[in-house]
Write a protein that binds this ligand. Structure first.
Ligand SMILES: C[S@@+](CC[C@H](N)C(=O)[O-])C[C@H]1O[C@@H](n2cnc3c(N)ncnc32)[C@H](O)[C@@H]1O
Length: 394
């Protein structure tokens, strides 16, 4: 992480500009969490149309300036330039700096690798969609994509080397109908429109015998799967784990909008790396296919994440660092930084779902609050957490 350690006493006032970097505000820690915590500042930066924060705090006898990790931006040269510009304005007596030694890492072009924001804001297709969850080596996904050129495939994985490997194969084999997302499959489907998906493959998911809450299948997952599946669309589990098979069969039995089919040791056209291993060991392979028998209303992916009028003074009185925990979401106020103007500052908060918490800053100016660096993704947990936060800040 680029940072600068220096030992000046000089204070500089915001806003100012230096070397094309705008330093817009400086907020001071309110210290409601730890009694003996030293003062820390958050400096609001805008550079090349990107907003981010720098943290200025004591480090022994000296001071340290670095990027605030919640608001980190790429490429890292933006941060480096901002740190250098601030220290020049300060005429800093530099003790340590690593802001010049960074090699500029250029990301290779990965046109099939998409951010989750792409699915929220831009993704549209007239084709049938099929999704593979946890594609691993990608053998099954590549096979399906080649065989069905008119289907738009979406591959979900959280293991980066598997993603890299699949992207390479897509290029080598000139396959163009696969989009890849590095995102937790349990949350991804919230961003797909209803009745658009023909098949969802879940092949050899991690059985998580000791931590069942981490399993892909749950009542909520099945309900979302049924929503995105078109009538007669299928959710297909293939597993070598008897326990996982029993667990899923129980969840899927007696659903009033789905019908299940069960098979043991059924042969597919392609065998995955895991499957080969289990077959060699003589293990049974179980299939449970759920066929969707319902049609759903479309969902609205636009949510209004505004706050209305808030009351920062009152919030200062009630603020506590105890997390607020609800059934499907939580809110944890991490910190508060105040600007010199009254009713203005930055609230640092972590909230949303337990599986994928989101850290954000809320920028408040004259009691008008908005999310710094843009609004959260409209997941149901984020929406619920936001609505609760709005109540708290009122
Ligand atoms: C046991 S491997 C099976 C891989 C592949 N389907 C096969 O049959 O060879 C399970 C894969 O699921 C991925 N995975 C686990 N949890 C996931 C999640 N919540 N969302 C997306 N992928 C996940 C893992 O990274 C891993 O690559």
């Amino acid at each position: 992480m680029p940072h600068i350690v220096f030992n000046n006493e000089k204070n500089i006032e915001t806003p100012f500009q230096r070397d094309g970097v705008s330093f817009n505000f400086c907020a001071k820690s309110f210290n409601f969490t730890k009694e003996d915590r030293r003062t820390e500042y958050k400096i609001g930066v805008n550079y090349e149309n990107k907003d981010f924060l720098l943290t200025l705090k004591d480090k022994g006898e000296n001071k340290m300036l670095k990027v605030d990790k919640v608001t980190r931006v790429t490429p890292v040269t933006l941060v480096k330039d901002a740190l250098n510009a601030y220290s020049k304005e300060l005429d800093a007596n530099i003790v340590f700096s690593n802001t010049n030694s960074f090699s500029q890492k250029i990301e290779p072009k990965k046109e099939y690798l998409k951010d989750i924001e792409y699915f929220v804001n831009d993704f549209k297709t007239n084709k049938e969609i099929q999704i593979e969850i946890g594609f691993g080596s990608g053998r099954h996904l590549l096979h399906q994509a080649k065989k069905n050129p008119n289907v738009q495939f979406i591959g979900l994985e959280i293991h980066t080397p598997s993603i890299e490997q699949l992207l390479k194969q897509l290029k080598i084999q000139e396959i163009e109908n696969v989009l890849v997302v590095n995102y937790d499959a349990r949350l991804f489907m919230e961003f797909i429109n209803s009745n658009k998906v023909g098949k969802i493959f879940v092949h050899f998911p991690v059985p998580w015998d000791k931590k069942p809450h981490r399993r892909i299948y749950s009542n909520e997952f099945i309900d979302e799967a049924l929503r995105v599946l078109m009538p007669k669309g299928t959710l297909e589990l293939r597993t070598d784990s008897r326990k996982y098979f029993d667990y899923c069969t129980e969840l899927l039995t007696n659903l009033n909008s789905g019908r299940i089919t069960i098979d043991i040791n059924k042969d597919l056209e392609v065998s995955s790396k895991y499957e080969d291993r289990w077959k060699k060991q003589g293990k049974n392979i179980y299939d449970v296919v759920l066929e969707c028998q319902r049609e759903d209303e479309d969902i609205d992916l636009k949510h209004d994440f505004s706050f209305g009028k808030i009351n920062l003074e009152k919030f200062k009185e009630i603020i506590s660092n105890k997390p607020m925990v609800d059934e499907n979401f939580f809110i944890h106020i991490e910190d508060l930084f105040l600007l010199e103007e009254p009713n203005s500052g930055l609230i640092e908060v972590t909230f949303g779902s337990f599986n994928r918490p989101l850290s954000k800053y809320i920028y408040v100016k004259n009691n008008k609050a908005s999310y710094y660096q843009g609004t959260p993704l409209p997941t149901s947990a984020n929406i619920k957490a936001h609505e609760r936060l709005k109540e708290i800040l009122k």
